[in-house]
Design a binder for this molecule. Structure first.
Ligand code: TQI
Ligand code: ZN
Ligand code: ZN
Length: 169
């Protein structure tokens, strides 16, 4: 079953069109950016919220950045595997990913030669759930289940994820 953060923080009423931006220094490829767009769409199809890219990182509601190790928020990354990414509860909008992971975009990850390959979209859909206010779920099929196996892809919302997010928005 789905859960929320303590105190059930959400984006306030009236904040239904959120902007997101990529850390300019990361110089992400269009292909990588498209993964995040697709991940946002999974959620925007089931709730009355939209997510629009802006080039202004500082003023964006949701700030997406890849970082290595200690990056100044008290939650350092740890190299390959372990923590892959983290996102803070609403209305923080901070969405950080560990640069040291072997991120895979698209294609068939199950045949990747890297044992530590991690599907970027799977992690993005999960972290956006956190950004919107979902905690972890006890339902194994759900996006918000707190375990991901390397070399697997899980990008479609389960009924449990939909019920959880529709309770919030
Ligand atoms: N990062 C953890 C996560 O996003 C960070 C975290 C731990 C957390 N406890 C939390 C976030 C409680 C919010 C609330 O869950 S992670 C997965 C999963 C991670 C884990 O790098 O371990 C995914 C990132 F759920 F599959 F294990 C993405 Cl998909
Ligand atoms: Zn961080
Ligand atoms: Zn999580």
């Amino acid at each position: 079953h789905y859960s929320f953060f303590p105190g059930t923080p959400v984006w306030p009423q009236g904040r239904r069109d959120l902007s997101f931006a990529f850390l300019p220094a990361n110089e992400l490829s269009d292909e990588a950016k498209a993964v995040f767009v697709s991940a946002f769409q999974k959620w925007s199809t089931v709730i009355p919220m939209t997510f629009t890219e802006t080039t202004s990182f500082d003023s964006a509601d949701i700030k997406i950045g890849f970082y290595t190790g200690d990056h100044g928020d008290g939650e350092p990354f740890d190299g390959v595997l372990g923590t892959l990414a983290h996102a803070f509860s609403p209305p923080s909008g901070r969405f950080h990913l560990d640069s040291d992971e072997n991120w895979v975009i698209g294609g068939d990850i199950s045949t990747s030669s890297l044992t530590s390959a991690i599907d970027l979209e799977s992690v993005a859909v999960h972290e956006i759930g956190h950004l919107l206010g979902l905690g972890h779920s006890s339902v194994e099929e759900s996006i918000m289940y707190p375990t991901i196996t390397s070399k697997t892809k899980k990008v479609d919302l389960a009924i449990d994820d939909v019920q959880g997010i529709q309770t919030l928005y």
